[in-house]
Design a protein around this ligand. Structure first.
Ligand SMILES: [Cu+2]
Length: 153
């Protein structure tokens, strides 16, 4: 009897702690217009707009996907006539009350060793990890071209 009560209180306490923990977590980062590019090789690129509505800067530090061996943060740069991709090791800063576009010819996520080649319309689950904010799951759809931007109020 005493044992049952203890278990009961413990469960209630755990649940309340979880609620408090959830409330204290930051959710000031959102993602819009996420999409993935179809590539003939075993890699794919993911683009999106990352919006920070908080009053402090945050940083996208890493990303992962169950469907890819590895997800890297890349940036395409031009050197003369050559376009090449560099691996961004220190993340992408998302300034407070601002946004950063991951777009072709610029920042993107590179899905390495995809389980299968992407086909048009495929959905891929990708988890974004931030320095301060909660991790965020996005599900970009494989497309040829970027989606039209939504309008925001
Ligand atoms: Cu890349």
């Amino acid at each position: 009897m005493f044992y049952q009560k203890t278990v009961k209180y413990f469960l209630i306490f755990s649940f309340l702690s979880f609620l408090l923990f959830s409330i204290s977590l930051k959710a000031e980062i959102s993602v819009d217009n996420e999409w993935a590019r179809v590539t003939p090789s075993g890699a794919g690129s993911v683009y999106m707009k990352i919006i920070n509505t908080g009053n402090s800067d945050d940083k996208l530090i890493s990303a992962s996907s169950d469907e890819a061996g590895m997800v890297m943060i890349h940036r395409s740069i031009r050197e003369g006539n050559i376009s090449k991709m560099i691996h961004i090791h220190d993340g992408i800063t998302i300034p407070s009350n601002s946004s950063v576009d991951l777009k072709p010819g610029d920042y993107h996520l590179m899905l390495m060793n995809l389980d299968k080649n992407l086909s048009l319309g495929d959905k891929i689950s990708v988890v974004l990890n931030f320095e301060k904010n909660d991790s965020l799951e996005i599900i970009p759809v494989a497309k040829l071209r970027p989606p039209k931007m939504h309008t925001h109020k």
